[in-house]
Design a protein around this ligand. Structure first.
Ligand code: ZN
Length: 167
């Protein structure tokens, strides 16, 4: 980094410490020519995640929207708010691990379905039934319909999930 004062090309880091926000690092630098000191900050670049909808529309990823989709799927099930929050965490982490910041909504839905499967069958089926792909899987449809029939509000719930999550 060049010196702020004399523009000399070489400066030394004399002190490095993390900032109170926990996500940035403060560095005290000293110019090797004029010996003046200045401070630089290093932060993790926050790249906004974008969700690509089925109709190719792009929308900025919203944790709130994701949560509301998950909450609708777990209504009247054994899944706790804490578990729902943990699922949203997994989704966010896996989205950030992708090489691109533009993530198809299908990818997001698949993670949610996978995670719900581990915690609650009904919530999983409710959620997964929103996917067309799900219906094409033989056997699964038959077994799941038994559970679905027991829940009169199932279709309303599915509509809600679709509305808040996939559109
Ligand atoms: Zn200098």
């Amino acid at each position: 980094m060049i010196c702020l004062f004399c523009k000399y090309h070489d400066t030394d880091v004399v002190e490095t410490r993390p900032c109170d926000d926990g996500i940035s690092i403060r560095r005290r630098r000293q110019c090797s020519k004029c010996h003046k000191r200045f401070t630089t900050y290093e932060r993790v670049e926050q790249v906004p995640l974008v969700v690509i909808k089925k109709d190719a529309r792009r929308e900025r990823f919203s944790r709130e929207k994701l949560m509301s989709g998950i909450l609708k799927a777990i209504e009247k099930t054994s899944v706790s708010l804490e578990q729902a929050d943990a699922i949203a965490d997994v989704v966010e982490i896996e989205m950030k691990q992708q090489e691109t910041t533009e993530i198809p909504s299908k990818f997001v839905g698949e993670i949610v379905a996978r995670e719900l499967k581990n915690v609650d069958k009904i919530a999983y089926i409710r959620f997964a039934s929103v996917f067309k792909r799900f219906c094409r899987r033989r056997g699964l449809r038959k077994r799941s319909s038994k559970i679905i029939i027991n829940s009169q509000s199932h279709y309303a719930t599915v509509r809600n999930i679709r509305k808040s999550f996939f559109r």
